[in-house]
Design a protein around this ligand. Structure first.
Ligand code: SUG
Length: 448
């Protein structure tokens, strides 16, 4: 049996904007109120997907969510036609309208935690939709995430879907952004590393300035649900000082794949014991630890060096897919050149322009959800979401026809936006062959 890692990237939605919705994510708050370019954002994401597909990686697409989320506004007491609901929200609470209009579902590393079948007790791939309860605009994602994942990974003999954990700070869960699966091979049992920001009950170290979005309790619950063996699971606390420096998810300071872990020396609260436990449970970890003297935490956050994709290049070596911003930080770029010169685990560095997403704190790793699949599992994935040349051409054409090239927060009140988005999403769900995926399609296909 052979297995491989597929990357499913979130397609940026048409309401992409800079709402300053994520306290603790310094790019999000720093760029609040700037005009965004949803068309460029979606095309940048697609270009990265296409480049990786062209290199031979299995690449899938996860569709955006329906935004503005009219159903959420209705649950908050707005009534009347859909247009009236949006208009009233725009008048009474522009901040709420911006929250329910966020295209944040593009960062699918936060959509779910995924455990490959080689790791789980029942030999199926397990998905747990993340509750994202720390941020209002993201806490409304999990239902659609669950629907989308079930539509794509529908075969119950291979795939299991768990709903989001309880919506309570004790179970704050941010999905795969705080989860790394290490293994010697994709088709044999691996070690699942869960990184949490804080222990809710009984923990005593916590960040002071910014929130810890993931709890130990949530990570333990996910591991239990997925049927992971304790001898192949590691729970590690993130260093609270780096959360306070803007590292709101572990994937902003560490990335791993197969037996390679690439991280900053300040990533974990107790680094030596984390490395030792991983090494013991995995049977030799290949660690690339970046010291502060080479790259400061601030430079790591600014460049998003660790929010990179570490991709198997064959022969035990890796490609590192970084955002273009790494080139602009001299210390980071120099470090990457020295790494390539060492003939070590990283053989190649590829940089992509993802500026639109980056300005909201979303780099290459945020935009993708990794799913390690066997050939038999891949064969039953909904075929319409694999990025072929034809799908890439159809999606770039679709974006060019339906997306605006400028969107500011004030534009979210524009009555034309909702019908525009629905027309686009209706066409997209047909292109991907996903049927009635969205609430507006399920309530009869027409606006109330
Ligand atoms: O949750 N930004 C996202 C970025 C998520 C990045 N994901 C990973 N690191 N895996 C967040 O903070 C900002 C939206 C705004 O402000 O408009 C936002 O939601």
């Amino acid at each position: 049996m052979t297995a491989f890692e597929a990357n499913f990237d979130g397609l940026v939605g048409p309401t992409h904007h800079y709402g300053g919705h994520s306290f603790g994510n310094v790019a999000s708050t720093g760029n609040a109120g700037q005009p965004a370019n949803p068309r460029a954002a979606a095309l940048q994401g697609l270009a990265k997907m296409k480049a990786l597909a062209d290199l031979g990686y299995r690449q899938g697409v996860l569709p955006p969510h329906e935004r503005p989320a009219v159903e959420v506004l209705r649950s908050l007491g707005f009534t009347g036609s859909d247009a009236a609901v949006v208009a009233a929200a725009a008048r009474q609470s522009p901040q709420l309208l911006a929250g329910v209009s966020s295209a944040s579902a593009m960062w699918v590393a936060n959509a779910a935690t995924v455990s490959p079948s080689a790791d789980t007790a029942d030999g199926r791939v397990h998905f747990s939709a993340a509750n994202l309860q720390n941020k209002f605009h993201r806490a409304i994602e999990h239902e659609q995430t669950g629907r989308t994942l079930k539509a794509i990974f529908g075969d119950e003999s291979h795939f299991v879907h768990h709903p989001a954990l309880a919506m309570h700070p004790a179970f704050g869960d941010e999905g795969a952004a705080n989860h790394t699966r290490l293994a010697k091979r994709y088709d044999t049992a691996g070690v699942e590393l869960f990184v949490y920001g804080q222990q809710h009950w009984g923990g005593n170290i916590a960040p002071q300035r910014y929130p810890a979005r993931q709890t130990l309790e949530a990570s333990q619950a996910i591991a239990r649900r997925h049927g992971l063996a304790s001898e192949r699971t590691v729970f590690a606390q993130q260093n609270p000082a780096v959360i306070d420096a803007g590292v709101f998810h572990n994937d902003v300071i560490a990335v791993g794949n197969l037996d390679v872990l690439f991280c900053h020396e300040t990533a974990f609260a107790e680094r030596e014991s984390v490395y030792a436990e991983l090494d013991a449970k995995l049977g030799e970890l290949r660690l690339i630890e970046v010291p502060t003297r080479a790259i400061s935490v601030d430079d790591a956050v600014r460049s998003y060096l660790f929010n990179s994709q570490l991709l198997d290049a064959g022969n035990g070596r890796m490609r590192l897919v970084v955002p273009e911003e790494c080139r602009q930080q001299p210390a980071v770029w120099a470090y990457l050149q020295s790494l390539l010169g060492q003939d070590g685990a990283i053989a190649e560095v590829l940089a992509y322009d993802l500026k639109q997403s980056m300005r909201n704190g979303g780099g290459p790793a945020c935009l993708r959800l990794r799913v390690a699949l066997t050939d038999a599992e891949a064969a039953v994935v909904h075929p319409g979401v694999w990025l072929t040349d034809a799908l890439y051409a159809a999606l770039t054409d679709w974006v060019s026809r339906h997306y605006r090239d400028r969107l500011s927060e004030a534009d979210l009140a524009d009555p034309h936006l909702l019908p525009e988005v629905r027309t686009a999403l209706d066409e997209l769900s047909r292109t991907l062959g996903l049927g009635a995926l969205y609430p507006f399609q399920r309530s009869g296909g027409k606006s109330r």
